[in-house]
Design a protein around this ligand. Structure first.
Ligand code: 5MM
Length: 338
């Protein structure tokens, strides 16, 4: 088995999932604002260090996605943060996209940047310990959008990124995110996501990407945040699994969802309900950012004396999602003290 395939399988190992800690400086700044913490290189390091030193990482976290700043940082005692991650038995990963800009020809939509110079950046990340990477395409639903231009351009960029990663022996996480913002219902999300996934897999094929060596990070089929009617847990699970079966070849080892603005417990309940529908052709797990970190951020609030309770909050969410990735979560467990 190739190194790529081995690492892709490790990323979706049974009972484990991925911690998305790759917020750009702007995004982590917003998260820190919400908890009254000044965002500096040191506060960002301290926060991430507390997460990577959480004992439950060993049991429930297969990989951690880092932002460029973080991958080069050392813990307060001088240990590289990537070493904390590997010591916990997880793989370090790196976000390599450089954010988004207006899409030419369709200025209300976004295209992800970062292909220029990527082939030179990847070997440096590999040398630092990264064994997987992440690139996120953003697709908005609205009146008259997404356009074919947007769906195609983002799929093409994802495929070029994925091919470059595999050339550098780095597993690409392919993340085409259909956003939850908006009033659309679950069926509109289903239709757009199906389109986006089909286009993405077509482009991956044309780019010669080996599907055994990728991890897909999609959104679930879910109603927009401002939709008149929310879909229930079972409907989200059944429609998401049906959609994925229609679009994702079984040679893909695993699918690790983004949480996209769902509440912590919703994100867990949906993942669990999908796994209860198994057996499925691929591992279904989590690659959550907000749904893993909201609770520990609140518990920490920038104070040293809160580090242990923040770690307990992260451990709790990691455990809940680890169970959900096996279809073994029960709601009653949420009541247990974090
Ligand atoms: C953790 O947030 C990631 C980085 O976002 P920015 O580039 O906007 O700062 C984000 O890409 C994340 O990895 C995924 O969207 C999944 O996170 P959620 O919060 O949707 O689970």
């Amino acid at each position: 088995m190739s190194e790529l395939e081995k690492n892709a399988r490790r990323m979706v190992a049974a009972g484990k999932g991925i911690l998305a800690a790759d917020e750009s400086t702007t995004t982590i700044g917003k998260r820190f604002d919400a908890i009254g913490v000044v965002s500096t290189e040191t506060s960002r390091r301290d926060y991430r260090e507390l997460m990577f030193r959480t004992g439950a990482m060993k049991e429930f976290i297969s990989g951690v996605i880092l932002y460029d700043e973080t991958i080069w940082q050392d813990a307060a005692d001088g240990t590289p943060l990537v070493k904390l991650i590997t010591d916990a038995g997880a793989l370090p990963g790196i976000k390599v996209d450089e954010g988004t800009e207006a899409l030419p020809g369709s200025p209300k939509e976004l295209i992800t940047k970062g292909l220029d110079g990527l082939s030179k950046r990847l070997p440096k990340y590999y040398e630092r310990g990264a064994r997987f990477a992440k690139w996120r395409g953003v697709i908005d639903i609205g009146a008259g959008i997404p356009s074919h231009n947007c769906v195609h351009a983002n799929a093409h960029a994802l495929a070029r990124y994925a091919a470059l990663c595999q050339q550098a022996n780095i597993v690409p996480i392919v993340e085409p995110e259909v956003m939850m913002d908006g009033e659309h219902d679950i069926d509109r999300c289903y239709g757009v996501t199906e389109w986006v996934l089909n286009e993405t897999f077509r482009e991956l094929y044309y780019a010669g990407v080996k599907l055994e060596g990728i991890v897909l990070k999609p959104n679930m089929a879910i109603a927009g945040k401002k939709a008149a009617k929310r879909a229930g847990v079972q409907e989200v699970a059944e429609k998401t699994v049906r959609m994925l079966k229609n679009c994702v070849p079984p040679s893909v080892p695993g699918i690790a969802f983004l949480s996209g603005g769902q509440s912590d417990e919703e994100a867990t309940a949906h993942l669990d309900a999908m796994n209860k529908l198994g057996p499925l052709p691929w591992a279904l797990t989590f690659s959550y950012g907000r749904a893993l970190q909201a609770a520990p951020q609140k518990a920490w609030s920038g104070k040293k004396e809160n580090v242990a309770s923040a770690q307990r909050a992260l451990a709790h969410r990691a455990r809940m999602n680890g169970l959900a990735s096996l279809g073994k979560w029960v709601q009653g467990l949420e009541k247990e003290a974090a």
